[in-house]
Design a protein around this ligand. Structure first.
Ligand code: ADP
Ligand code: MG
Length: 261
């Protein structure tokens, strides 16, 4: 498949078609078309400022694209607000890790569920049987997620006591609480040491083996090339390559984008 072909809203999990986003005359995304199939693990690479985060922002409702459309499992979701997009089954992480100073690891995971379910203060104060059941479900899910992201045993630890790498595992865990079908990870390996990075890559591989569809934006080219069966390259907001890592690595446009200037 060549760059920019392959929009299939019906059979794909995620499909973006001719997505364009401009900031005050700067074109952050230009006509980007891309489909991600069920169970795929797709890497998205590109130089700084090439539009990777903007792509995630347009898919998850944090930004409204100027043009183009987004489908998730055959339903158009273009322009839906972030919490609606989250409810459809798409989860994401952010480049910057935000941790709440006084909350434990477990409380972070439980908070992620309350946010996604819109379970407000009133419902919790009333402690209805429904909210009690939701809380029991959330705690059971948190126990699973702690295993998935390899933070078991640390649930009572204040999150501020975690290393930066462990915080990245925690935010990944928060994204997994709602049992998403698709996760979009924005530079999960940035700023962490190689040992923790390897552990995080292992977690991502395991999630993928369990059937989760993953789109991985990453600066660490080696990690992407080693982990993903398919790599998409953005350059100045354009999609310039889409294919297996060994093909993308030899693509002249990609070499030019990374080393040519
Ligand atoms: P990447 O994640 O690949 O580093 P971004 O998607 O963050 O790139 O940015 C793409 C381009 O859009 C850059 O030129 C960036 O400066 C610009 N940009 C991104 N977000 C904004 C914003 N909120 N306001 C203005 N310009 C932005
Ligand atoms: Mg970015």
């Amino acid at each position: 498949m060549g760059a920019g072909e392959g929009a299939d809203p019906v059979t794909s999990i995620l499909c973006v078609e001719r997505l364009t986003k401009t900031f005050y005359g700067v074109v952050a995304l230009r006509d980007v078309t891309l489909s991600v199939g069920p169970g795929e693990l797709v890497g998205v690479i590109g130089p700084n400022g090439s539009g990777k985060t903007t792509l995630f922002d347009c898919v998850t409702g944090y930004l409204r694209p100027d043009r183009g459309r987004v489908w998730y499992r055959g339903r158009e979701i273009t322009g839906l607000p972030p919490h609606w997009v989250a409810l459809t089954g798409i989860a994401r992480t952010f480049q910057t890790v935000r941790i709440f100073p006084r909350l434990t690891v477990l409380e972070h995971l439980l908070l992620a569920v309350q946010e996604s379910q819109g379970d407000g203060i009133v419902a919790r104060a009333l402690r209805t049987p429904v909210t009690r059941r939701l809380e029991a479900d959330a705690r059971a899910r948190a126990a699973e997620v702690l295993q998935l992201v390899r933070l078991q045993g640390l649930e009572s630890r204040p999150a501020t006591h975690l290393s930066y790498g462990q915080r990245k595992l925690l935010v990944l865990g928060m994204a997994l609480m709602a049992r998403p079908t698709l996760v979009l990870l924005d530079e999960p390996l940035a700023g962490i040491n190689p040992v923790v990075a390897e552990a995080l890559v292992e977690v991502i591989r395991a999630l993928h083996r369990d059937g989760l569809t993953v789109v991985l934006v990453e600066h660490n080219l080696r990690a992407v090339m080693d982990t993903c069966q398919r790599v998409v390259v953005l350059d100045s907001g354009r999609l310039i390559a889409d294919g297996p890592p060994e093909e993308v690595r030899r693509n002249p446009d990609v070499l030019e984008a990374y080393f040519g200037r």
